[in-house]
Structure formats: structure tokens, C-alpha cells
Design a protein around this ligand. Structure first.
Ligand code: ZN
Length: 143
């Protein structure tokens, strides 16, 4: 096991600009361009009051080992989609088979939440609730 049980995981998200295309290497200033904001400041926790998105395991930062799962959260712009490959410190993961939207952190003795496949989930998820446990490493642009 790597130190901190560090894993490489996917995180699909939205973009509102053309970063990485046609020689554009400048992040945009839009506060709602998730890709540029993650590059600028790393991942941030969603507001618990933000009901715009279904948060299966509460207001954490969500990752998966399955790129097609993360693809569901990547919104195309001009036919291109964006996904991060991140380094996530999973530590000791607390396993869940069913949704629990009231989670705000793992229980004592655990460092992350693991959404396991079998009941509610078709693909695995790992959720961290501390921004220091995840760093974006690569940005994948695909169509
Ligand atoms: Zn942008």
C-alpha cells in the first residue's frame, strides 16, 4: 500500500471555456468554470446547501477508478469533455453500499468514504471531505 493509501482516481467536471484547445493555455476567470477553478486552487468542497446536485454521500469531493463513471459528470463543450486524474489520499476507507446524503465526514477511525458496488452503485466511488486529501495531477481532454 502506498503511503496514505494514495490512489489515482478520475474526477469529471464542467468547463465553460476552451482551455487546452487551439493553443489556449490560459485559465479563464469565470467563477463557474469548474475546470479552471480546480487548476487554480485545487478541489473544493461543495456547499452542503447546494441542492443543485445530488450528493449521494454528502458534501465531499467525489472520485472513481472508473473513467466512464466520471464521464457522467463531464459536460461537453463544443464536443470536448474534460476529466481530471487526481491523486487521492484514501487512507482507511469507510465502506457504504447505500446512499447516505447526511454524511459530512467519515466516522472516527476512517479517512474517506468508499461507495461500493452491488446495491445503489454500479461503479465505485471514493469521497474525501478534506481538501488536502486530493490533488489534481492530469487534465484529460477528450471527445
Ligand atoms: Zn475555464
Amino acid at each position: 500500500m502506498a503511503a496514505g493509501n494514495e490512489k489515482r482516481r478520475f474526477h469529471g467536471t464542467k468547463i465553460q471555456c476552451s482551455l487546452g484547445l487551439n493553443g489556449n493555455t490560459e485559465i479563464c476567470p469565470s467563477p463557474t468554470c469548474a475546470v479552471c477553478r480546480i487548476i487554480e486552487t485545487s478541489f473544493i468542497l461543495p456547499a452542503h446547501s447546494n441542492k443543485a446536485h445530488f450528493l449521494r454521500f454528502g458534501p465531499g469531493i467525489y472520485f472513481s477508478s472508473v473513467s466512464s463513471k466520471s464521464n457522467d459528470y463531464s459536460t461537453p463543450i463544443n464536443g470536448n469533455k474534460y476529466m481530471f486524474l487526481a491523486n487521492v489520499l484514501v487512507g482507511e476507507g469507510e465502506k457504504y453500499l447505500n446512499d447516505n446524503q447526511n454524511i459530512t465526514s467519515p466516522n472516527p477511525g476512517f479517512d474517506s468514504v468508499l461507495g461500493e458496488t452491488g446495491l445503489a452503485l454500479n461503479h465505485d466511488e471514493v469521497i474525501v471531505y478534506n481538501i488536502d486529501q486530493a490533488k489534481p495531477s492530469y487534465l484529460i481532454i477528450y471527445s
